[in-house]
Ligand binder design. Structure first.
Ligand code: C2E
Ligand code: CA
Ligand code: CA
Length: 972
C-alpha cells in the first residue's frame, strides 16, 4: 500500500539531497570564493536546505499514511530547527552567541526527535521496554563525558544559560545517536533504510555539534569552520530517511549479551573516566555522574523487573519449547510478533522469518476470506471457537491447522492475540477417509446393479480422494510411478492418479485406497451374485425364456403402460396338444428337447418388445405390447404363433407333428392384473382345447359370464347334497328282441331352488373338476340301488339298473362302496351295470384293476358313448367290459345313411362276436328304432320309448307290466 509509494519517490529525494549538498558545499569550500559569498551560503544556503528538508519530511507525512504521526513530529521539529537558525541570523548579537530562542528551538527539535524515535522503536521492536531507552541515554552521556574528558575547555567564559543550552544539544545528539545505532544493531542494520539514514544524519549532526562546541570551548570558534558545514547534509539525511521504508516490526534480541552490551559498555566508559579523567572538571564530572545516575536507574529497573524477567524467561522457554505451535499476533496489523519453533517448523520457516509478517501470508488462498468472522468475533467481545485453516508451507505443501485464538493483555497493557496451532492434517485426512469409506459402504448397500455401483463409486472417490483421476479398469495394473496407485480387487484394478504438479501420494493415501478397493470389491462381488440370482429367478432354466415371476412383473408393467394409453396389450397362452404323448413315448429327454425347440420358434416368431415365457409343463405365454383387438389382427397374431409352433419338429431323428391350442386375451380398456389376464387366457385356451385343439379362442365377456356362472354353480353345488337338492331320473332301457322293459339308466338331476331342474351337462363337469362328483356319485349309487330294489319288488322280476361313473370315482374304495350299496338296498350285483367311458379305461392300469374287482363282485361293466373316441373294437378285448353302449352319433345316421348303417352293423356284429351285449342310445324315432332292430341290436334306449323320468313315474311304469309301456311309449 504505502510501500511502493515510498520507493517510487525514494530516488527523487536523494537526488535533490545530493544536488543541494553539492551546491551548498561548493558555495562553502570552492577556493577563490569571496568571504561574503561563503557567509551567504553558510546562512541562507543552510536555512534553505533546512527548510527544504523539513518540507520533504512533512510532505511525506502528508502523503504516506504509514507512520504519519512520527514523521509529522520530526518534520515540525526540523522546521523549529530551521527557525532556531533564522533567529540566530536575525539576532543583533554576535554570530557565535545565538539568542535563547535559538537554543529553545534546537532543544525542542532534539526533544521531538527523541519522541518520534521512541514511537518508531516501540512500533517495531518487541518487546520494547523503558530500560532499553535508558541504555541509549546512558551510552550517549558516557560518550559526552568521554568527549568532555578528552577536550580541554573553559566553561567559565560562557554565561551559565548558554553553558547549559550549549551542552544540552551535543548530549542529546549523542544520546539519540546511541539509540539509533543501538536500534539498527537490534534489527541487524540491513533492514530498513530509514533508520540507517537517520543514524547517518544524527552522526553528522553529532560530529558537527561536538566539534563546534569544542571550538567554542577552546575559544576558537569560526563561522566558516568545515565541521559546521555538516549540519546541512545531516538534515538532508533525515529528509532521505523519511522516504525510505522503515524496518518491519522485529523481535528484539533478548539474549544477555545483546541486552547488556550497551549498558555495560556505558558503565565501563564512565568508570574509566572517573578513574583516569579529570574528575575535578565540572562538565566531565557532571556528565559522568549523570551517566551513573542513569545506570543506577537502569539497575533499579532491572532489579524490579528481575522477577518479572525470570517469569518471562520461564514463559519464553515454555513458549519456545512447546510441542504445539504458539504465536503472539498484534491485533493492530495482524502481524506475528512472536512465533515459537514448533509453529515455525509446521510452516517450514524460522521464527525470525515469520515475525513482523502479516499472518495471512501463510494462509491458503482459498481460506483467506474465512479469517474475517474470527476477527469479527473479537470485535463483538466474544472469543471464536477453535477453527481449522489450511496453511501453505514454505515448500508449497498444504496442511490443516487447528487454531485457537485468545485476546490477552500484554505486559504494557496493550491488547495482544495469543494463538495456538496444531497440525491436524493427519487427523483430518483420516476423518475424511473414514467418512468417504462410510459413504462408499452406504452406496454399496444401496445400489444393486454392478454398473451403477462402479459409476457411483468412482465418482465418489474422485470427489473424496486427493487424486486427480480415479478409475476402475478391467485388467490387472501395476503402478508405474509414485503418482499412480493401483489396487487389485478381484475383478479389476482401482487406479488413482495424481497430476505431476502435485506432491506424490502418501502412505495414508495408499492405505485409504486399499480400504476403498476392499469395499468396492465386496460390493461388486455381491452385485454379481445378485445379478446371477436375479437372472435365475426370472428365467426358465430349461428354455431360457422368461419364467412365471418375470412374466407377472412384465405384464403388470405392460398393463400400466396400456393404462397410460401406450397401446393395448395382448396375452397369448399356448398349450401343446399332444405333448404328453411325446413325453410318454420318447422319454423326458426328448420332451425337453421339444420344449426348447418350441421356445426357439416362439422367440423368432415374436416381435421386438414382445416377451415369450414358459409357465411350466407345456404351457407358454407370449405378451404382445401395443397389440390391437381388431379381429383380423387377432387372427394374424394367433395364427402366426400357432403356425410357428405347429410346424413339424425333428426329435431323435423322428419327425413329430404337434399342435397347440391358444387362448387370447386383451387388456385393452379394462381393469386387469397379470393374474386375471392369465386366468382368462387359460379359460380361452381350454375352450380351444374343448373345440378339438390346434386352434385359438379369444376370451370374451360370454366366456367370462360362463365362468362366473360356473363358479356360482360350484359354490352352490357344494351345498346341493346336504340340502337334498339332487334327484334321480330314470330312463327305461328296452329289450328290442322281446319288446319289453329290461331296466333303467339312472341320470342325476339338480333341483336348484332358483334355476329349477338342472341337467347334468351343466354341473357334472364342475363336480368332476372340484371332486364333488365323488360325493354325488356315492349318493347316486345309493339312490339308484334303493330305487332298483323298489322297482324289482314292484315289477316282481329282475330289472337292471345302469349307473354312470366318472373318472374320479374309479378308485379302489369304490368296490367297497358298491358292495355296501348293494347290500344295503338288498339287490343282487348282477342287476347293477356301471357305465364308464372309453377314455377312462386308458387313463391308467388302476382303473382296469378297479373294474376287475367290481366285475368280481358280479357287477356288469358297460362302455358308454362308444363310437366317439378312438378305441377300436379289438382293443375292447383287453378291458373288463360286458356291455357296449352305442353312442347317439352312430345311431341317428344309421337310419338315413347306408355307410353309417354299415358301420353300425359292423360294430354290433363285432360286439356280439366278442360276447358283448349292445345298447343303442338315443333312439329318437321309429325309423331309428327300426334300423336298430334291423341291425339285430339287442337293447335300445331313447326318447322313442321314454325320456328320463322321476322315480314315481318309473314305478308306475313297471307296475303296468313288463311290455306294454316300453313299446307303446312313442305312440304316447
Ligand atoms: P349319458 O350317459 O350318455 O346319458 C344319456 C343321455 O342321453 C341323457 O342325458 C339322456 O337324457 C339323453 N337321451 C336319452 N335318450 C335320448 C334321445 O333319444 N335323444 C337325445 N338327444 N338324448 C337322449 P342327460 O340325462 O342329460 O345326461 C347327460 C350325461 O350326464 C350322461 O350321458 C352322463 O354322461 C352324465 N350323467 C348323468 N347322470 C350321471 C351320474 O349320475 N353320474 C355321472 N358320472 N354322470 C352322469
Ligand atoms: Ca350313460
Ligand atoms: Ca351315453
Amino acid at each position: 500500500m504505502s510501500l511502493p509509494n515510498i520507493s517510487r519517490r525514494s530516488a527523487v529525494v536523494p537526488a535533490i539531497a545530493a544536488l543541494l549538498t553539492v551546491i551548498y558545499l561548493t558555495g562553502r569550500f570552492l577556493p577563490g570564493l569571496d568571504h561574503g559569498v561563503r557567509m551567504a551560503f553558510r546562512w541562507y544556503g543552510a536555512i534553505t536546505i533546512y527548510g527544504v528538508s523539513a518540507a520533504i519530511v512533512l510532505v511525506r507525512a502528508r502523503v504516506v499514511e504509514r507512520d504519519r504521526r512520527i514523521w509529522t513530529i520530526l518534520g515540525i521539529g526540523m522546521v523549529l530547527y530551521a527557525l532556531g537558525v533564522v533567529a540566530s541570523l536575525i539576532s543583533p548579537r554576535a554570530a557565535d552567541d545565538p539568542p535563547v530562542l535559538s537554543f529553545v528551538c534546537w532543544i525542542a527539535f532534539y526533544a521531538m526527535f527523541y519522541v518520534a524515535l521512541l514511537d518508531m522503536l516501540r512500533a517495531r521492536l518487541r518487546p520494547f521496554t523503558l530500560a532499553f531507552c535508558l541504555d541509549g541515554a546512558l551510552a550517549g552521556l558516557t560518550l559526552a563525558a568521554i568527549c568532555s574528558a578528552l577536550v580541554p575547555h573553559d566553561l567559565d567564559a560562557l554565561s551559565p544559560g548558554k553553558e547549559v543550552a550549549g551542552l544540552a544539544t551535543p548530549c542529546m545528539e549523542l544520546v539519540l545517536l546511541s539509540l539509533l545505532v543501538w536500534a539498527n544493531a537490534m534489527t541487524g542494520w540491513r533492514h530498513g533504510g530509514a533508520w540507517r539514514w537517520l543514524a547517518a544524519g544524527m552522526a553528522l549532526a553529532a560530529v558537527a555539534e561536538v566539534s563546534t562546541d569544542i571550538s567554542v570551548a577552546r575559544d576558537a570558534f569560526d563561522q566558516l569552520a568545515p565541521f559546521n558545514a555538516l549540519f546541512a547534509p545531516a538534515l538532508l539525511c533525515f529528509a532521505i530517511a523519511a522516504w525510505r521504508p522503515a524496518p518491519r516490526p522485529r523481535a528484539m534480541r533478548t539474549d544477555p549479551i545483546s541486552v547488556l552490551a550497551l549498558p555495560a559498555a556505558g558503565l565501563v566508559g564512565v568508570i574509566g573516566i572517573l578513574v583516569f579523567g579529570d574528575v575535578d572538571d565540572l562538565l566531565t564530572g557532571g556528565l559522568a555522574i549523570g551517566a551513573l545516575a542513569i545506570a543506577a536507574t537502569r539497575a533499579g529497573l532491572t532489579v524490579r523487573d528481575l522477577s518479572r524477567l525470570h517469569e518471562a524467561r520461564r514463559f519464553a522457554r515454555g513458549f519456545d519449547e512447546a510441542a504445539i505451535g504458539m504465536a503472539f499476533v498484534s491485533p493492530r496489523d495482524l502481524t506475528w510478533t512472536r512465533v515459537n519453533q514448533t509453529l515455525a517448523d509446521m510452516l517450514g520457516r524460522t521464527p525470525e522469518d515469520l515475525v513482523g509478517r502479516f499472518i495471512g501470508e501463510v494462509t491458503h488462498p482459498d481460506d483467506r476470506d474465512r479469517a474475517v468472522p474470527v476477527w469479527d468475533a473479537f470485535r463483538d467481545g466474544g472469543s471464536p471457537a477453535p477453527y481449522v485453516r489450511r496453511a501453505v508451507k514454505a515448500d508449497g505443501t498444504v496442511i490443516d491447522l487447528m487454531i485457537s485464538v485468545a485476546l490477552i493483555e500484554a505486559d504494557d497493557g496493550s491488547p495482544l492475540l495469543f494463538s495456538q496451532h496444531q497440525d491436524v492434517t493427519e487427523a483430518r485426512r483420516a476423518a475424511r477417509h473414514n467418512e468417504a469409506l462410510a459413504e462408499l459402504s452406504r452406496v454399496a448397500l444401496e445400489l444393486r446393479d454392478a454398473d451403477a455401483l462402479v459409476e457411483r463409486m468412482t465418482a465418489l472417490l474422485s470427489e473424496r480422494t486427493p487424486a486427480d483421476e480415479v478409475a476402475l479398469v478391467a485388467d490387472a495394473v501395476t503402478a508405474g510411478d509414485d503418482r499412480t496407485l493401483a489396487v487389485g480387487l478381484g475383478h479389476g484394478t482401482l487406479v488413482a492418479r495424481r497430476d505431476a504438479a502435485r506432491p506424490p501420494f502418501a502412505v495414508e493415501h495408499a492405505r485409504f485406497l486399499e480400504a476403498a478397493a476392499n469395499v468396492i470389491g465386496t460390493a461388486l462381488d455381491r452385485a454379481r451374485v445378485e445379478d446371477e440370482l436375479r437372472t435365475q429367478a426370472l428365467e426358465d432354466p430349461l428354455t431360457g425364456l422368461a419364467n412365471r415371476s418375470y412374466l407377472a412383473a412384465h405384464v403388470e408393467q405392460a398393463i400400466a403402460a396400456a393404462d397410460r394409453g401406450e397401446g393395448g396389450l395382448a396375452l397369448v397362452l399356448l398349450d401343446l396338444d399332444r405333448f404328453k404323448v411325446v413325453n410318454d413315448t420318447l422319454g423326458h429327454g426328448a420332451g425337453d428337447e421339444m420344449l426348447c425347440a418350441v421356445a426357439d420358434r416362439l422367440r423368432s416368431a415374436i416381435r421386438r418388445g414382445d416377451v415369450a415365457a414358459r409357465l411350466g409343463g407345456d404351457e407358454f405365454v407370449v405378451v404382445c405390447a401395443g397389440a390391437s383387438a381388431a379381429p383380423h389382427e387377432v387372427a394374424a397374431l394367433a395364427s402366426r404363433i400357432l403356425e410357428a409352433v405347429s410346424a413339424p419338429y425333428v426329435v431323435d431323428d423322428r419327425e413329430l407333428h404337434i399342435g397347440a391350442s391358444a387362448g387370447l386375451v386383451f387388456a385393452e380398456g379394462r381393469e386387469a392384473s397379470a393374474e386375471s389376464l392369465l386366468r382368462d387366457a387359460d379359460l380361452a385356451m381350454y375352450r380351444a382345447k374343448e373345440a378339438g385343439g390346434a386352434g385359438y379362442e379369444v376370451f370374451d365377456a360370454g366366456l367370462r359370464a360362463a365362468v362366473v356362472r360356473r363358479l356360482a354353480t360350484e359354490e352352490q353345488l357344494r351345498h346341493a347334497l346336504e340340502r337334498d337338492e339332487l334327484r334321480l331320473h330314470l330312463q327305461p332301457v328296452v329289450d328290442l328282441h322281446r319288446d319289453e322293459l329290461a331296466g333303467f339308466e339312472a341320470l342325476v338331476r339338480w333341483e336348484h331352488p332358483e334355476r329349477g331342474l338342472i341337467a347334468p351337462s351343466e354341473f357334472v363337469d364342475v363336480a368332476e373338476e372340484t371332486g364333488l362328483i365323488v360325493g354325488i356319485g356315492g349318493w347316486v349309487l345309493g339312490e339308484a340301488t334303493r330305487q332298483l330294489a323298489l322297482l324289482q319288488t314292484t315289477a316282481g322280476r329282475p330289472l337292471r339298473m345302469s349307473v354312470n361313473l366318472s373318472a374320479r370315482q374309479l378308485r379302489p374304495a369304490l368296490v367297497d362302496e358298491v358292495r355296501a350299496a348293494l347290500r344295503s338296498a338288498g339287490v343282487r350285483a348282477r342287476s347293477l351295470t356301471l357305465e364308464v367311458t372309453e377314455t377312462l379305461l386308458v387313463d391308467g392300469p388302476g382303473a382296469v384293476e378297479v373294474l376287475n374287482a367290481l366285475r368280481a363282485l358280479g357287477v356288469t361293466i358297460a362302455i358308454d358313448d362308444f363310437g366317439t373316441g378312438w378305441s377300436s373294437l379289438g382293443a375292447l378285448q383287453r378291458y373288463p367290459v360286458d356291455v357296449l353302449k352305442l353312442d347317439r352319433s352312430l345311431v341317428g345316421p344309421a337310419a338315413s345313411s347306408a355307410p353309417a348303417a354299415a358301420l353300425a352293423r359292423a360294430v354290433v356284429e363285432m360286439a356280439q362276436a366278442l360276447g358283448l351285449d349292445v345298447v343303442a342310445e338315443g333312439i329318437e324315432d321309429d325309423e331309428q328304432l327300426a334300423a336298430m332292430r334291423a341291425l339285430g341290436c339287442p337293447h335300445g334306449q331313447g326318447f322313442v320309448f321314454a325320456r328320463p323320468m322321476p322315480a314315481e313315474e318309473a314305478l308306475a311304469l313297471v307296475a303296468e307290466g313288463p311290455t306294454a309301456r316300453a313299446a307303446r311309449a312313442p305312440a304316447a
